[in-house]
Design a protein around this ligand. Structure first.
Ligand code: SF4
Ligand code: SF4
Length: 308
């Protein structure tokens, strides 16, 4: 845990511009945390400068997610209420406001280049990024919660909470808190043909979120619909991700999650068994071929889309 000053000057910064304060906390942690380093690659950064967005936790979109994602997907108010009820030992804790802080972590350019060269399975850098990057997201989420709590603000990282669930087949493959849906609500990008998420820094990224009762200004959503940043839906062309898939998990109809899982866990097992060199880690190798070597890898490819 990186220490954080709790003095009047810092408190003033938080109170005078809470959005900017949070952006600074996240950016500094990305810049300086030793968790954001690829040990096997000379401690190169795992993630580059983040994008940060904010969403009003009472936005009607969050109720829609119960249909779109899963019926047990939490609204920000529901999960904050649950958290505070347990923490404060009160049945119906009073909540003044509820907001979502969403962050997008673009993958290091060298890692994207290495994966873009691959045709059948992920590069070692990509695999290490998948799993060490996950650890970093956990540390960043904890740090943000820790900093806010230092100032008497309530905050939680839903993906780390005990009530977070992952639903698997025969149920929908989904979770009770979708990070990409949080990023969509916070104005950070849209979905795509391959079930990815295209941000102004592209699709090759990971994202996370924290819910808080701190009053924040919501970010605008600079897109007309939830697929606006994908060339396939904007022009009827592209489909580069379909050609990148080493199995047949992608088509013009979209992403076949079951086939993708088969490729990840079965077809790419040799990567985990050392067939492509030592150093692969995690539950599976990580693929990501449809996120690299494609027009949306590092930008929004649709002309006229808002860029940051
Ligand atoms: S490669 Fe093309 S079709 Fe596939 S997600 Fe990116 S923009 Fe959309
Ligand atoms: S992650 Fe890999 S297997 Fe899954 S859809 Fe993308 S390219 Fe295909």
């Amino acid at each position: 845990m990186i220490s954080f000053p709790v003095d009047n000057r810092t408190r003033n910064r938080l109170e005078s511009n809470p959005n900017r304060f949070i952006e600074d906390v996240i950016k500094k942690f990305v810049r300086t945390s030793p968790f954001n380093q690829l040990e096997a690659f000379g401690n190169d950064l795992i993630f580059e400068t983040p994008l940060i967005g904010f969403a009003d936790g009472n936005d009607a979109l969050f109720t829609d997610y119960k249909q779109v994602v899963h019926k047990q997907h939490f609204t920000p108010r529901e999960i904050l209420t649950k958290y505070l009820a347990e923490k404060l030992k009160e049945e119906s804790p009073e909540i003044k406001s509820v907001n979502v802080i969403s962050f997008v972590l673009p993958i290091n350019r060298k890692t994207k280049t290495s994966n873009a060269r691959e045709m059948e399975g992920p590069s070692l850098r990509w695999n290490n990024t998948r799993w060490q990057g996950q650890n970093f997201i956990i540390e960043l989420s904890r740090h943000l919660v820790f900093v806010l709590e230092q100032f008497g603000v309530h905050a939680l990282a839903p993906e780390l909470s005990p009530c977070y669930k992952i639903f698997t087949p025969p149920d929908n493959l989904a979770s009770s808190w979708s990070q990409r849906h949080m990023a969509y609500a916070a104005g950070l990008g849209t979905f795509s043909l391959n079930d990815g998420f295209i941000t102004p820094k592209g699709m090759a990224m990971r994202c996370g979120s924290v819910v808080t009762d701190l009053a924040l200004t919501p970010s605008p959503r600079p897109y007309e619909h939830h697929l606006a940043n994908c060339l396939f839906y904007a022009t009827g062309k592209c489909g580069a991700c379909i050609r990148r898939c080493p199995g047949d998990a992608l088509s013009e109809k979209g992403h076949d999650k079951a086939r993708c899982l088969h490729i990840l866990f079965d077809k790419q097992k040799p990567w985990m068994e050392g067939a492509h060199g030592p150093g692969y880690m995690g539950l599976y190798a990580g693929c990501g071929l449809c996120q690299t070597g494609v027009p949306c890898e590092s930008r929004i490819p649709v002309s006229g889309s808002q860029k940051r």
